[in-house]
Design a protein around this ligand. Structure first.
Ligand SMILES: Cc1cc2nc3c(=O)[nH]c(=O)nc-3n(C[C@H](O)[C@H](O)[C@H](O)COP(=O)(O)OP(=O)(O)OC[C@H]3O[C@@H](n4cnc5c(N)ncnc54)[C@H](O)[C@@H]3O)c2cc1C
Length: 439
């Protein structure tokens, strides 16, 4: 079969979002010819790599930055990943079971946590409140040298941690194992997408040209650039937010420990995570700071960055509004300082001590080559920084921007996209099989 035939669907980007869609289209639709382009040599080398993200399967139970409605959606979405892992014998390789909790420190946070527990307990009936006596038993480091009272809301024996790269590889293999014509083009960068008069799309890569009847762009920060090059999403800009981590020199915790969100801050509060790439050593973070890059540890492409920032008076207004708030201003300054070699950990240690009070700056090191970029979207027309996923779609082409919890929601996003593509192409989505296997 010639490789540059007309494909039914082309997927741009082989992170966990692209891999989830490849799997969903291959397994649950009658679409036969699918091509995926990934510009690096393997799946999930950027944000979906376990060194880039926090490896958390976000369920919404311990993330106090989620509203009730958001938690409900994330719970359903992430349950699809949990079900996939269980059905594919992935416990211990793709996903890992441990305890998890959100920790309230001091009377005010404790009162807020108790109130949240009451509101959320019907959504998460397995959640428990753990007092200091209980915590001393399961995570004694949380209590050592602690001067203020604490309370946790947590759960035992859950899938808390996912290696989203291994998960992407598993999705890809499942797709390749079907009878369909699946082409994976590694080391091939898509340069341009054009809609033709016959309603097909021409995809030009750095080496050749392909045609497809439908396209899904899951290219991280680059998704918006592709959209805008085709006339979509001009009202948006990307604010690239970097996130870094610190490792402790030894393992302190068995559970994932999140902290209570300061409602004034846009990014998730610091947490401590047993790291699946470092023999479960404790990783603290992430920090959050604006970084003039679209890909964390890759070369800077100035022209792409300038297009993504899409700076004009409306975008500037969003940033000025953020900077007006003293809490946010202090947070930004602190997070920038945390990046400075040696000095950074002297500042970050105060965040980490909220979780382990006995920790000293000499006990932690900056996690070199760890951390990723969140492509946060700015809505210039509404003067708002958007915190969740953004999707643009029209005429059989979809562009996805997927900051956190994009990895946990990837199978759900893929389901929505697959249904849209099936409607567009006049093909069938096998709802019954999909529901039985994933929902
Ligand atoms: C610090 C941090 C912590 C996070 N923690 C969590 C967490 O604990 N849990 C969670 O669920 N989410 C978390 N996230 C978010 C999560 O990492 C992302 O939502 C998810 O990885 C997005 O997947 P993706 O496939 O859309 O993007 P990516 O994984 O970035 O994949 C995009 C792919 O597109 C490819 N690509 C780009 N342009 C082209 C092109 N022109 N041609 C071909 N290929 C191209 C890239 O090479 C890349 O492989 C975190 C993010 C950060 C930054």
């Amino acid at each position: 079969m010639p490789i540059n035939k007309l494909f039914d669907t082309a997927i741009v980007g082989g992170g966990v979002a692209g891999a989830s869609l490849l799997f969903t289209l291959a397994k649950y639709t009658d679409i036969k010819n699918i091509i995926l382009f990934e510009k690096y040599e393997e799946m999930s080398m950027l944000n979906s790599h376990p060194t880039s993200n926090s490896q958390t399967l976000h369920v919404g139970d311990i993330e106090t930055n989620y509203s009730y409605d958001k938690a409900k959606v994330v719970k359903t979405s992430s349950s699809m990943i949990a079900k996939y892992i269980e059905n594919h014998d992935g416990l211990g390789t793709l996903g890992f079971i441990s305890n998890k909790m959100v920790l309230a420190v001091g009377e005010v946070e404790i009162a807020n946590l108790k109130e949240r527990y009451e509101r959320f307990k019907s959504l998460y009936p397995y959640l428990e409140l753990w007092d200091e006596e209980m915590l001393l038993d399961i995570e004694p480091k949380l209590l050592e040298k602690r001067k203020v009272p604490i309370l946790a809301m947590g759960a035992k024996g859950q899938i808390t941690t996912v290696d989203f790269k291994k998960l992407s590889e598993s999705f890809t293999q499942e797709a390749l194992d079907t009878e369909k014509n699946i082409q994976i083009r590694y080391n091939e960068e898509v340069m341009k997408i054009v809609r033709n008069t016959d309603k097909t799309y021409t995809i030009t890569t750095d080496t050749t040209t392909f045609n497809a009847k439908s396209v899904v762009v899951n290219a991280g920060s680059y998704s918006l650039l592709f959209a805008q090059s085709m006339g979509y999403g001009k009202e948006y800009a990307v604010l690239p937010i970097g996130g870094s981590f610190f490792f402790s020199k030894k393992k302190y915790l068995n559970a994932k420990v999140y902290t209570m969100q300061n409602p004034k801050l846009p990014f998730a509060a610091v947490h401590a995570d047993p790291d699946c790439t470092q023999e479960w050593n404790t990783r603290f973070g992430p920090t959050a700071f604006a970084l003039p890059k679209l890909e964390r540890y890759q070369a800077l492409h100035v022209r792409d960055l300038i297009s993504a920032l899409n700076i004009d008076r409306d975008a500037t207004k969003v940033y000025m509004n953020l900077l007006k708030d003293k809490t946010i201003r202090n947070y930004i300054v602190r997070n920038v300082v945390e990046e400075i070699p040696l000095l950074g950990k002297e500042v970050f240690i105060y965040d980490a001590q909220k979780i382990i009070p006995s920790l000293k700056a000499s006990d932690i090191v900056f996690a070199k080559k760890y951390g990723g970029m969140r492509p946060q979207i700015v809505d210039k027309s509404k003067h708002e920084l958007l915190m969740g996923e953004v999707k643009l779609k029209n005429d059989g082409i979809i562009f996805n921007m997927t900051p956190s919890p994009g990895a946990s929601s990837s199978l759900s996003i893929a389901m929505t996209d697959a249904q849209y593509i099936c409607d567009y192409l006049g093909t069938t989505f096998d709802t019954k099989k999909h529901t039985e296997e994933l929902l």
